[in-house]
Write a protein that binds this ligand. Sequence first.
Ligand code: CUA
Length: 309
Amino acid sequence: MHPSSILDPAGSDAERIALLFWWMTAMVILVWVSVVALTIYCVRRDVDAGSERRGRTLIVVGGVVVPALVLGALLILGLPELRASASPPASPRFMIAVSGEQWWWRVRYLPVGAPPIDLANEIRLPVGERVEVVLNSTDVIHSFWIPALAGKIDMIPGRTTRLFLEPTRTGVFRGTCAEYCGASHALMAFPVVVLEREAFDDWLTAESRPVVMAATAGARRGGELFLENGCGACHAIRGTSADGRIGPDLTHVGGRSSLAAGTLPNDVASVAEWVTDPSRLKPGAHMPAFRALGSEQLRMLAEYLVGLR
Ligand code: CUA
């Protein structure tokens, strides 16, 4: 995964923000050097009787004219960024709706002319295509931020905010929650996988399909355990009777690159550990602990979930 840095942009919006940052840094350095130089000059120089008028001129130029020019120039540089970052895609093929929850991400792809597709905790994007992301929250204020791709925006309960993403290169980038939202705020991340357009289309088609039946006997038994233990009351797995809407959709959970919103690797051991006691790994997590399941049952359940691709 690429580091989550605004200085290593991989999206057209992030590139403009990075450029603006460098302009601001250059101006800041210019102002700082000037102030230091003037301070040194004033300290070393003998003050004579006729210097009051020059002093006043210095205050007007250094305190009013120069700051107005510097801030005005930065404003002129920054204003077009506002308009550019709010420009929608010309002919969108799909939209993404993301809802912040304590402490995970509900994701829904909305393809034009096709039914919506529910996912969680990971988004994928085609390179070179501008995509609109519609954001809200069901509990507290979260903030949606993929530093390498674009600016950030709050997810506010009862309100809809929008952000546009336009990746310029493929790779995996880290998305994060940028607003303190409770005990596990720091454990609320998501990978953003940028793919070539064809690979993205194949992935989205696969995601739209219901689940493929488990291949091994252990995984099959894991699927039964999932339903017997009431997991389907909170989680949906399309193609089974599990249709809960409280927790993340798990239809293709095994295909995601992390577990529990960027907290754990997505493998059998981690899934088993998570199901045993989620709030030990993510303080405050709403999912109950399933300590009563034996280690063999946990392994089969985990095998089933990791196999959902
Ligand atoms: Cu969600 Cu911080």
